[in-house]
Design a protein around this ligand. Structure first.
Ligand SMILES: *[C@@H]1O[C@H](CO)[C@@H](O)[C@H](O)[C@H]1NC(C)=O
Length: 293
């Protein structure tokens, strides 16, 4: 073998083995079809740039959605979304992870549309073992319809973190020691959808969808998935503890991230189930830990 070829194959070998242990903390942007497939109303999804960007269309007949081909136990998942611009009142765009069984686990981002010029609400929720009722609502610090922003979830055995443009907006720590179930053994798929929810979404259902403005269009790109792929039935991840998101630096937020989280909470929170005494006279145990942040 010529020396240059030999060096080349060494480099290639290094790159191949290198991807196993390297830390791909930066999202890798891949086309839609690599990780995802449409779920329903296939004709309401439009593709651009060879499938690296897509649009979901909602009209009075139907919304649409897509889901990951694989199921995952832990990992880092993100996509960039440009929400329905203009009059989006009554519409909801969602990005969530969910397991597919009766006592299911779920990690939700839901974007509640609004009348032109009025702010979207980002609602997040977490279900563990079929129990939800953990809504938090915030306004965003930018107009999410003007450009693409990244929305991501980091999920490991220690915490679930919701990020908006890499700023943590919510953390759900593993409070198993307090008797709170934490998602750890039910693989989840990643989903996104756009649909009409004008019975509750905007100002509690007062603002209805204006169908004369249809179609409502949400745009997506950068379909990053870096998770431990598992069959739907699997209860374990084969590489548990060995991937970058399991490592110490991802087991908790750092001081800078906690400051950012505080900033979001103090300036942008509209609603937090942890402080809703009317609805939940006894505070959920995980809220006690949350309060210390
Ligand atoms: C819509 O705008 C109204 C008025 O500014 C605001 O009260 C509400 O929180 C906004 N968002 C939603 C989804 O209702």
């Amino acid at each position: 073998m010529a020396p240059s070829l030999w060096i080349l194959s060494l480099v290639v070998l290094f790159m191949v083995t290198g991807t196993e242990s390297a830390a791909p903390r930066r999202p890798v942007d891949v086309p839609f079809g690599r990780n995802y497939a449409p779920t329903w109303a296939f004709d309401h999804i439009k593709y651009f740039n060879g499938g690296s960007e897509i649009q979901l269309h909602l009209d009075k007949y139907t919304g649409t959605g897509f889901q990951s081909k694989g199921s995952y136990l832990f990992g880092h998942f993100s996509m960039q979304i440009k929400l329905v611009p203009g009059d989006s009142a009554g519409t909801v765009t969602a990005f969530y992870l969910s397991s597919q069984n009766a006592e299911h686990d779920e990690i939700d981002f839901e974007f509640l549309g609004n009348r032109t010029g009025q702010p979207y609400i980002l609602q997040t929720n977490i279900y563990t073992g079929g129990k939800g009722d953990r809504e938090q609502r915030i306004y965003l610090w930018f107009d999410p319809t003007k450009g693409f922003h990244s929305y991501s979830v980091l999920w490991n055995l220690y915490q679930i973190v919701f990020f908006v443009d890499d700023i943590p907006i919510r953390i759900f720590k593993n409070c198993k020691d307090m008797g709170v179930r934490f998602p750890f053994n039910q693989p989840m798929k990643i989903y996104s959808s756009l649909w009409n929810a004008d019975d509750w979404a905007t100002r509690g259902g007062l603002e209805k969808t204006d169908w004369s403005k249809a179609p409502f269009v949400a745009s997506y790109k950068s379909f990053h998935i870096d998770g431990c792929e598992a069959s739907v039935q699997a209860r374990l991840c084969a590489t548990q503890g060995k991937r970058w998101w399991d490592q110490r630096e991802f087991q908790d937020l750092d001081a800078y991230q906690y400051r950012r989280l505080q900033w979001v909470r103090q300036k942008y929170t509209i609603y937090n189930y942890c402080s809703d005494r009317a609805r939940y006279p006894t505070m959920s145990p995980e809220c006690r830990r949350d309060r210390d942040i």
